[in-house]
Write a protein that binds this ligand. Structure first.
Ligand SMILES: C[S@@+](CC[C@H](N)C(=O)[O-])C[C@H]1O[C@@H](n2cnc3c(N)ncnc32)[C@H](O)[C@@H]1O
Length: 208
């Protein structure tokens, strides 16, 4: 497992903020027009900045102080409007999300990208408000090219995202594995967009 100190080291040598993850920009039409969002384990905060630019009040948490510092520098230089007094759309915080998981019933949107901590699943579901949207994307064990964690424990088994969040209503799901032309498509990862029921828990049972 990569430690916080190792993440800090990695982020010291990174120069560019990456693009937002595919599950977000492919599904931008599924975002609410307003609300409160969380980018959990945000790294350099690309997803958080993107959500804030789309008008959501966005919290970005990561335990790497270097990553959060880099994101802050980037925002101050390129998007200072997101930090303006009175219009504060982006809240960057150094936070260990396992020790301090998100509180229940807080977020309209949650994004988790390339971070897999199965212990947090109940907290993630609970942290969504009724009707809240989860955007999750991370590495699968089925892979067509190198990249991502080497330990299979930190990669998703087949259809695992669907099973992890079976309490939620699936809005979009994509996992291409090794099917078809492996040089094209969305590979090495799975993505899920899912919604928390407006009241109660989404029922898995179909009652005729
Ligand atoms: C592969 S990076 C992904 C970063 C970002 N979500 C992205 O897609 O660019 C994984 C991130 O998880 C963070 N992380 C790992 N364990 C964490 C924890 N317990 N609390 C907060 N952040 C954590 C690391 O610091 C790192 O930034």
């Amino acid at each position: 497992m990569t430690t916080c100190a190792e993440w800090n080291l990695r982020y010291q040598t990174v120069t560019d903020i990456p693009n937002p993850c595919q599950v977000l920009y492919e599904n931008v039409h599924l975002l609410p027009a307003s609300g409160v969002a969380l980018d959990l384990a945000c790294g350099l905060g690309a997803n958080a900045v993107w959500l804030a630019q789309h008008g959501l009040e966005t919290f970005a948490w990561d335990y790497s102080s270097v990553a959060i510092g880099r994101c802050r520098e980037y925002v101050v230089t390129h998007h200072p409007n997101l930090l303006e007094e009175g219009r504060h759309l982006l809240h960057l915080e150094v936070r260990d999300v396992i020790t301090f998981p998100p509180p229940p019933n807080t977020f309209d949107v949650m994004v988790v990208c390339r971070f897999l901590e199965r212990r947090l699943i109940p907290d993630i579901v609970a942290a969504l408000k009724p009707g809240g949207m989860l955007f999750y994307q991370t590495f699968t064990r089925a892979l067509v090219s190198a990249g991502g964690p080497k330990n299979p424990e930190y990669r998703l088994a087949e259809n695992e995202l669907l099973k992890m969040f079976q309490e939620l209503q699936v809005v979009a799901y994509r996992e291409e594995g090794e099917v078809g032309d492996k040089t094209r498509g969305f590979r090495n990862e799975a993505m899920l967009v899912a919604r928390k029921a407006l009241s109660g828990i989404h029922s898995q049972e179909f009652k005729a």
